[in-house]
Write a protein that binds this ligand. Structure first.
Ligand SMILES: C[S@@+](CC[C@H](N)C(=O)[O-])C[C@H]1O[C@@H](n2cnc3c(N)ncnc32)[C@H](O)[C@@H]1O
Length: 194
């Protein structure tokens, strides 16, 4: 089995990738992570999904590709230039709402236990504001992070931060967690039902 073959990427993806390269934006999620997010979004029909770190919309594009008609995606980035690319290609899809603001502020918009899937791909919701973010998950809700194995873009001090985050997630008794040494290093957590 090859995990990179026949991924059937969403049709808009290559156009977003072209613009992403022009902008020299190097933090985009890869195709493997995208395909996992699409699968998880498909597993949750009629769901409410948060994406923290829209970037140029690559992961947004995969998530939308997995969502059914009544699911809703809320995505945030504090950089209007990169998020502008995502909006250019994806804002005609009425299932997605874009927010250009700080992620911490964005998290305050949502009620506890109201979200079914969170992809946290930026500082707020991953390296800070983590408890607030996990509080938003409904029972059975999924929390997904990538870039958990050392990346070329990491500064030395980042390794310590990543290890601290992993240990914290492992210590949470309300989460079932699986660490995948695949793609850029994925951690998949589910909030256990009481
Ligand atoms: C790893 S990239 C996200 C990539 C995106 N998932 C994709 O596939 O293109 C992280 C993003 O977080 C944004 N960001 C950084 N700090 C932020 C903050 N405090 N609040 C919201 N967004 C932030 C950056 O502008 C960047 O686009």
């Amino acid at each position: 089995m090859s995990d990179r073959e026949n991924l059937s990427a969403p049709p808009t993806l290559s156009r977003i990738e072209q613009k992403t390269r022009k902008l020299d934006f190097k933090m985009a999620s890869d195709h493997l992570t995208g395909s996992l997010l699409r699968t998880l979004a498909s597993a949750r029909p009629s769901s409410r999904i948060l994406e923290l770190g829209t970037g140029t919309g690559l992961s947004t594009c995969w998530i939308l590709d997995g969502m059914n008609a009544s699911s809703k995606l809320f995505t945030v980035d504090n950089d209007p230039t990169v998020a502008g690319v995502a909006m250019e290609f994806l804002s005609s899809d009425l299932r997605v709402e874009f927010f250009i603001e700080d992620g911490t502020q964005f998290l305050n918009r949502f009620a506890k236990n109201s979200i079914d899937l969170i992809f946290a791909d930026t500082w707020p919701g991953k390296y800070h504001d983590l408890d607030n973010t996990l509080d938003l998950l409904a029972e059975g809700g999924l929390y997904v992070i990538d870039d958990m194995t050392p990346q070329q873009t990491w500064q030395e001090s980042h390794l310590e931060k990543a290890e601290k985050l992993i240990h914290y997630l492992e210590s949470r008794e309300d989460l079932s967690i699986t660490k995948l040494n695949w793609s850029t290093g994925i951690i998949l957590c589910v909030k256990k039902a009481k």
